[in-house]
Ligand binder design. Structure first.
Ligand code: F0G
Length: 425
């Protein structure tokens, strides 16, 4: 497919091999746009599926097996860790807690670096290689940096990570360090770190792979295709996503909209974006029907992945809600913590930011904005082990007084009687 980059504000176009993250004329966000459809949808659906039987690295990837939907011509140099192909699971206890008949979760935490970032990063780092970059960089609340560091290492590139000092979970920091990234702890928050790395990438030969980079969004949009494929191409009524920098909602929305335009699906899902109360500039913008986003100066939430006050991709997120329908809502810290423990009780672990989805769905049910028989998919964005401190603190009762599902370990004397008594208790 012939593709180019196009500014979503002024329509200026750029060639696919150009190094640009925003429009050179007006600084608007760039989209990858295609001249034509990728081909016959029914034939392609079969081809996507058949690739699951192949051992070729590109076919083993849940991103690159959808390669006809992507703006790359040469697939011999892709940087892949076999990302995607993540499970879709029924979570009956979480469904009952949210007040809905049935609920499924798509667990993007089951990726090679344990977050949804891998779907976009394989495309971002492949593009970095295609344009001849030697250094990739990003600002991150942890998951983007873990993912970038891994893919850069696979590609033999240097990686520079900008993280807000002391504000990311150790699981994520440990990944960036182990994968060999140069890790800079920046004074200030994520928004400050992102502003700095964007400035650097404008002047130095450093390729930026934050989600403002449109190739990241292209890789990540395949989550929508895979989700539809796993459901026999039946589109859910609603997809619920956490909102931070708003790259993910932009990517999934673009994915669904293209699948619809190209004849793979016959309707769009409603999209619900859920933010933490203390980091909710997008939900506020949508609630107030404001024309632009007003950043939150000191965003706060224990869900550090989405502790973001100035999300860059908000115009794309607005477009997704306009086209798909849906809403942006907020949840409290205690709702996030309870929802996370409920998801855990289904045997599915996720990190706090991911649990906003189930908390948000419960809120929609409570206020009658979603119905019991709706077909809903919540996207879990990161794995439980990304942030074990949060989980342990919750279960020891250190996060929330009266945490309903707290499951504190029990100290037991080392004899059978005491153990029996403890098991009965
Ligand atoms: N969930 C998790 C686990 C995340 O790590 C992020 C973002 C989000 C949700 C929100 O997604 O930004 O696309 O709206 N993490 C970024 C990072 C910011 O640096 O890892 P978004």
């Amino acid at each position: 497919m012939n593709a180019q980059m196009e500014c979503m504000s002024c329509g200026t176009t750029l060639g696919i091999a150009e190094i640009a993250y925003t429009c050179r004329e007006c600084d608007g966000l760039l989209d990858v746009v295609y001249d034509d459809a990728p081909g016959d949808p029914e034939e392609l659906k079969i081809r996507f599926r058949e690739r699951r039987l192949s051992d070729a690295p590109a076919d083993c990837s849940g991103v690159w097996r959808f390669r006809e939907l992507l703006p790359f011509a040469d697939f011999s140099h892709i940087v892949t860790l076999g990302e995607g192909n993540t499970p879709l699971w029924d979570v009956p206890r979480a469904a009952a807690w949210a007040g809905i008949e049935r609920l499924t979760v798509k667990h993007q935490g089951m990726n090679p670096t344990a977050s949804f970032k891998d779907n976009g990063m394989t495309a971002g780092v492949t593009q970095a290689r295609a344009v001849g970059a030697n250094v990739v960089a990003c600002a991150s609340t942890g998951n983007t940096s873990a993912s970038m560091a891994a893919y850069a290492a696979r590609a033999g590139m240097r990686a520079a990570v900008f993280i807000p000092d002391g504000q990311i979970s150790l699981g994520k920091l440990s990944q960036a360090l182990d994968y060999g990234a140069r890790t800079l702890q920046i004074e200030g928050d994520f928004d400050a770190a992102l502003a700095l790395v964007r400035e650097l990438s404008d002047v130095d030969p450093v390729y930026l792979v934050n989600s403002v980079n449109p190739f990241r969004i292209e890789g990540q949009k395949t989550i929508a295709a895979e989700l539809c494929e796993q459901r026999g191409w039946r589109v859910p009524d609603r997809v619920v996503l956490p909102g931070g920098n708003l790259g993910n909602v932009s990517a999934l929305g673009k994915g669904f909209m293209e699948l619809m335009d190209w004849g793979f699906i016959d309707r769009l899902p409603r999209i619900t974006v859920v933010q933490a109360e203390g980091a909710a500039p997008f939900a506020a913008m949508i609630r107030d029907k404001a024309p632009t986003l007003t950043p939150v100066p000191n965003a706060t939430t224990r869900a550090t992945a989405i502790k973001i006050g100035a999300p860059v991709s908000w115009p794309k997120a607005v477009r997704v809600l306009d086209v798909c329908g849906g809403e942006a809502i907020t949840v409290s810290e205690s709702e996030i913590a309870e929802a996370k423990a409920v998801i855990g009780s289904d045997g599915v672990g996720c990190e706090p930011a991911s649990a906003t989805t189930v908390a948000g769905l419960r809120q929609l049910m409570d206020c009658g904005r979603a119905s019991r028989d709706e077909d809903v998919v919540c996207v879990l964005t990161g794995h439980l082990l990304k942030d074990p401190d949060f989980t342990v603190n919750y279960h020891f009762g250190r996060l929330e007084p009266g945490a309903e599902l707290a499951n504190e370990p029990v100290r037991v004397e080392s004899n059978i009687e005491a153990i029996r008594a403890a098991l009965e208790g």
